[in-house]
Ligand binder design. Structure first.
Ligand code: SAH
Length: 255
């Protein structure tokens, strides 16, 4: 019997062209693809015609397939000799539970690999014209989850983040935007700190709203920004405004 294997693959942030060559090759050779909600389904079009496609997506609050069942399917198909691609939005090791899946594959003695993807912070920031680091403005950035505002066991250290990191990028945070801003303000962050929300970054449905820590709550509510979206906080958000204003000036000079 042919030996099965597992590829834990990052599909990139949304734009189907932002996938690596290696990831695309694994999609093309897969027998089974277990894919998540944030994966652009256009990518499945590259698979073999007889590939088995299994949706394992989770909408916030709704679990269509528990993580344990997904992992079990992944192991079972690989043990039966299939090349299984576990396709995940962004990068598998950034809030993607890819670590758990790698551990499961290793424990089952199944050959596996992890193929990185462009994580949504990096993809959306590039698309919105916000450099995560910028000479003179930011020399560090942190990627943080916004979904653990009330987690007693592993709370996010908003006090430390408010002062020790130049750019904060928050995943899974739009529904907690008010609490996140409150935490940062409480720990001394300036209410005038620039902030951007990027919804559906890198896709044709991308929308960006910018404001300040003090003003963004109302703006986001008025624009009904919802998931998937990332929050970027820091002086680097100003670079987007600068780019837009330069582009406007050049357009008016040409036209
Ligand atoms: N592994 C993924 C993250 C999964 S967690 C990655 O590396 O990108 C899910 C969160 O990712 C969402 O709540 C949202 O904050 C962010 N996200 C995913 N795709 C996004 C996109 N196209 N635009 C903005 N945020 C996105």
């Amino acid at each position: 019997m042919k030996r099965g294997s597992i590829s834990i693959v990052g599909a990139g942030p949304g734009d189907p062209e932002l996938i690596t060559v290696k990831a695309l090759r694994r999609i093309q050779s897969a027998d089974v693809i277990l894919y998540d909600r944030l994966v652009n389904e256009e990518l499945l079009g590259y698979a073999k015609s007889d590939v088995l496609r299994i949706y394992c997506g989770k909408a916030p609050g709704l679990h269509s397939m528990p993580q344990e069942s997904t992992q079990q399917l992944m192991i079972n198909y690989a043990a039966a000799g299939c090349h299984v691609v576990r396709l995940k939005g962004g990068d598998p090791f950034v809030f993607g539970r890819g670590g758990e899946e790698a551990l499961e594959a290793a424990a089952a003695g199944i050959p596996y690999e992890v193929i990185p993807g462009i994580t949504s912070a990096v993809g959306a920031a590039a698309s919105a014209g916000i450099p995560l680091t910028h000479r003179g403005l930011a020399a560090s950035f942190a990627i943080v989850t916004g979904s653990r505002c009330h987690d007693q066991d592993s709370p996010v250290r908003w006090d430390a983040l408010a002062h020790s990191v130049d750019t904060l990028v928050i995943y899974m945070g739009v529904s907690k935007l008010g609490e996140i801003c409150d935490q940062l303000l409480k720990h001394g962050k300036d209410p005038l700190t620039p902030i951007a929300l990027i919804e559906n970054g890198t896709t044709v449905r991308e929308r960006t709203v910018t404001g300040t820590l003090g003003s963004i709550g109302k703006l986001a509510a008025a624009m009904r920004i919802s998931n998937p979206a990332i929050i970027i906080i820091g002086e680097v958000v100003k670079v987007r405004e600068e780019l837009l204003s330069l582009e406007k000036t050049v357009r008016s000079q040409i036209g």
